[in-house]
Write a protein that binds this ligand. Structure first.
Ligand SMILES: Nc1ncnc2c1ncn2[C@@H]1O[C@H](COP(=O)(O)OP(=O)(O)OP(=O)(O)O)[C@@H](O)[C@H]1O
Length: 340
């Protein structure tokens, strides 16, 4: 089993133990936050007289320890900027970031040790074998040789057979798995996955998610961005949607799906159906397979009212189905409103 690294790096050897803001093991404190972000802003300076780009405009976000948390948003919303700030790769303009209780400004080393990031891009040294790449990464994080779990990670990512192969001989899927392995070498409390399944085949996607679930069951907090909303719906306990550099919604996935008032009642008639007089606010879409799809607001209309209209018109019904909004509906409702 992967063990969480203490948060102290080898470079701490011989140094005075730095002041830790929180010494308690957070896995024992279920209510603790893995990430606490307050008033986070990032402005990229415009090149050659171009206006500045406000990528993050005051983000407040807390991510509970032990959760699988989804960070969603349209292209350019600011997700990568946020993740890169968490990873210590981009410097924030203003605000506070605490990772596993450590303030990024005051305890940069500890906050960096608490988080592992699997990036989107597949750049890696072609001359390193998976074993070599994992060892180099562990060295960068100052993980002592006695604490390295290279074989365990190779097993987890299914690259034991390729442990000594050159990275350039690995397939795209294998490289991606190696990126996951690299993010795990220092046994972080928090794992961030930036679009981990973009453009990968179904088999690899399923393997990645099985790994992620297992790591989460072992106590690791997972933060992921994905363009596959169905995937976020299935994987994430909670979701934040970012748009134009701000969090527009953050909620439990189930609560988010319950937010939309819209519902669709689908009726399959046995024969042709003439025009119907529908209750106000109800719209009818006649589908190619002959089904009648009635869209309505739960707050103003009931399925019973619609059924009443259909039956009163003498329609014989062979089947009925009800369609609920999915995350895509919620996402569109919350992000398609205003321009940048
Ligand atoms: N280095 C940079 N310099 C200037 N502007 C940048 C830089 N990086 C990002 N931006 C801008 O900041 C905004 C947010 O970008 P970011 O990459 O964080 O969004 P995103 O939500 O990750 O989008 P995507 O899903 O396309 O990766 C965009 O308008 C982008 O053009």
């Amino acid at each position: 089993m992967l063990r969480h690294h203490s948060g102290l790096t080898q470079t701490d050897k011989g140094l005075r133990r730095p002041h830790l803001e929180k010494e308690t093991d957070m896995t024992e404190q279920a209510t603790q936050q893995a990430i606490e972000i307050t008033g986070l802003q990032k402005t990229y300076s415009g090149a050659k007289g171009a206006p500045d780009k406000h990528a993050l405009r005051g983000v407040d976000l807390s991510i509970p320890a032990g959760s699988i948390f989804g960070l969603l948003g349209p292209n350019g919303a600011g997700k990568s900027t946020l993740i890169n700030i968490l990873a210590g790769l981009v410097t924030k303009t203003a605000g506070q970031v605490r990772i596993w209780g450590f303030d990024q400004d005051h305890n940069p080393r500890q906050s960096r040790a608490a988080i592992g990031v699997m990036p989107q891009e597949l750049n890696m040294d072609p001359f390193f074998s998976p074993r070599g790449a994992l060892d180099v990464q562990a060295g960068l994080y100052g993980v002592p040789k006695s604490e390295r779990r290279t074989d365990e990670i190779l097993r987890l990512i299914g690259l034991e057979d390729k442990a000594e192969a050159y990275a350039r001989t690995l397939s795209g899927g294998m490289r991606r798995r190696l990126l996951l392995g690299k993010a795990l070498v220092h046994h972080p409390h928090i794992l961030v996955l930036d679009e981990p399944t973009a453009g990968v085949d179904l088999e690899l996607r399923q393997m990645l998610w099985a790994n992620v679930r297992r790591l989460n069951e072992q106590g690791m907090t997972i933060i992921l961005t994905t363009h596959y909303l169905e995937e976020a719906e299935q994987m994430c306990d909670e979701i934040a949607i970012i748009n134009h550099g701000q969090v527009v919604v953050r909620d439990k996935t189930s609560a988010l799906l319950g937010r939309l008032d819209k519902k669709t009642l689908v009726i399959y008639p046995t024969g042709d159906v003439a025009d119907l007089t529908l209750p106000e606010g109800v719209t009818l879409d006649r589908r190619a397979d002959g089904a009648l799809a009635f869209s309505y607001s739960r707050s103003t209309t009931t399925a019973g009212e619609i059924l009443g209209v259909v039956q009163a018109a003498g329609v014989t019904i062979s089947d009925i189905a009800s369609e609920h909004p999915d995350l895509e509906d919620v996402f569109l409702a919350l992000t398609s409103n205003k321009a940048a």
